[in-house]
Design a protein around this ligand. Structure first.
Ligand SMILES: Nc1ncnc2c1ncn2[C@@H]1O[C@H](COP(=O)(O)OP(=O)(O)O)[C@@H](O)[C@H]1O
Ligand SMILES: [Mg+2]
Length: 466
């Protein structure tokens, strides 16, 4: 036997019909490359024929059911060896680079997400957006760009989509056309198929960044200034409760993650998320994640229940990835009952909006509370709102730091401490602007002082460069 491992595999039961379909494309495929346009030419027809033949042989020799049972490294090695031997035997004219690309594509189809794999592996890609099988876009450095990636047809894309959601035990079909899932590497996926997706499957992948931005790094890339970072760092250390507000993809999770690195390693942190994304570095982190309902619509576990449960787990702080609804009520309660320093993010376009959203969300908890009581809860629970924005040039910036100072009558009082001021655009349509202190010295500076942190006055000087 020329190929040891296939010996063993052939003897076992053959499953994986699903993959069989994938590995026997009948029409020529467009070669998938995410690099320079010069490399985007479709492969030579002979290579496509070879690939089809090779797929057929692989199916015969591999027991696909065993794919999960060997390590990915072993599998990659075996597939490469198989492909190499095949290419030599059949005298396929391939250079070394083409051979490796060929083996990678075969492997991607078998165990990965097919044409999407190169994009998933590309560290400069932060989001992958599929609009039907013929249109795949990525976001790089804050800008959307088209890619030459294509699927063979809609069925091919659907199969890849179902592979993604299978990891959480789901299927997408007409009966449940929208599903959230998480890939093995932590990337978040949202999938929508017909009938809600009019032109075929829509896939939105927010890639998990392996090296999350630190606050220092965010300062380096101009998302905020050192003075602002200094104030926020002190606020986190001294257990101010913070809400990070911003639109989708404005960098909320990134900021929450960066801020939480200043929490003392002695504290017990409980994180609550819809899809675990946060990467807290403290030694004592208990992570919890919601569970979507199963196919029969049962078994859902919502953030609200997780917060309630978290409070029975002796947390020092609760960090909620994103507050979207009724759980706002429980989160505020946590912040008001000894879990100061808890943090969350919220989808809103400015700090005032963030408060309005919070009021609405608390209302969703159906507790008998007057608006004044709701506002009172918000004002006493939250001290700082950090506003982020993804500007029209694609850059993500902190645009405001505001402090909630209390209530006056039935109105929540808020004052802005720092803001980003737009001043114009350069010739490349990049926004020019600067960060400024508003001149307001925050009330919480007093509290920080009580903790032994004295913030120098120049940080808040509107005339000084910060
Ligand atoms: N200041 C920044 N500059 C550049 N990229 C950023 C910045 N903040 C976040 N990102 C990247 O932008 C994407 C969206 O960030 P994320 O924090 O997930 O946004 P949100 O939680 O608001 O949806 C991620 O890929 C992240 O790495
Ligand atoms: Mg987020």
């Amino acid at each position: 036997m020329r190929w040891g491992i296939s010996d063993r595999w052939r003897t076992a039961e053959v499953k994986g019909q699903d993959l069989v379909v994938a590995l026997t494309p009948k029409e020529p495929e467009v070669k998938i490359e995410s690099k320079a346009p010069a490399e985007l030419a479709p492969p030579k027809p002979t290579l496509i024929d070879e690939k089809v033949k090779l797929h057929g042989q692989l199916i015969e020799e591999f027991n696909l059911a065993l794919i999960d049972k060997v390590s990915p490294e072993d599998l990659a090695r075996q597939v490469k060896q198989f492909v190499t031997e095949y290419v030599q035997r059949e005298r396929v004219a391939l250079n070394q680079k083409e051979l490796e690309g060929f083996a990678d594509e075969v492997l991607d189809e078998m165990i990965g997400l097919g044409p999407l794999e190169p994009l998933l592996k590309d560290a400069t890609v932060s989001d992958i957006l599929v609009n039907g099988h013929m249109a795949v876009f990525v976001e790089r450095f804050g800008q959307l760009e088209p890619t030459p990636v294509r699927f063979k047809d809609e069925a091919h894309l659907l199969r890849i989509v179902n592979k993604m959601v299978a990891t959480i035990g789901r299927r997408v079909d007409e009966a449940s056309p929208m599903v959230d899932a998480r890939l093995a590497d932590g990337s978040r996926v949202n999938v929508a198929v017909r009938p809600v997706a009019v032109d075929g499957p829509l896939v939105s992948i927010r890639k998990f960044s392996k090296r999350p931005f630190s606050l220092d790094r965010l300062v380096e890339i101009g998302a905020l200034r050192p003075a602002i970072a200094e104030v926020l760092t002190a606020a986190v250390r001294c257990r101010m409760s913070i809400v990070v507000s911003g639109g989708t993809g404005s960098g909320k999770t990134t900021m929450l993650n960066a801020l939480s690195s200043f929490i003392s390693p002695k504290e017990r942190l409980i994180t609550i998320e819809d899809a675990a994304e946060l990467q807290l570095q403290q030694p004592h982190v208990a992570r919890m994640e919601t569970r979507p309902p199963n196919v029969e619509g049962k078994g859902e576990i919502r953030q609200r229940e997780l917060v309630k449960n978290a409070l029975r787990m002796r947390p020092d702080r609760v960090i909620m990835g994103e507050c979207r609804g009724e759980e706002a009520f429980d989160m505020l309660q946590a912040m008001n009952t000894g879990h100061e320093g808890s943090m969350t993010t919220i989808h809103a376009n400015n700090p005032r909006d963030a408060i309005k959203r919070l009021e609405q969300m608390v209302g969703m908890a159906s507790m008998p509370m007057s608006m004044a009581a709701i506002r009172g809860q918000i004002a006493s629970a939250i001290q700082i709102i950090v506003q982020l924005q993804r500007l029209s040039d694609g850059k993500r910036r902190l645009t405001s730091v505001s402090e909630i100072t209390g209530m006056e009558g039935e109105v929540i009082q808020m004052q802005e401490i720092f803001r980003f001021v737009r001043e114009g655009m350069d010739e490349n349509n990049n926004i020019i602007g600067s960060f400024r202190a508003t001149g307001v010295r925050p009330k919480f500076a007093q509290e920080l002082k009580a903790h032994g942190i004295e913030l120098p006055g120049h940080l808040f000087d509107p005339t000084a460069a910060i």
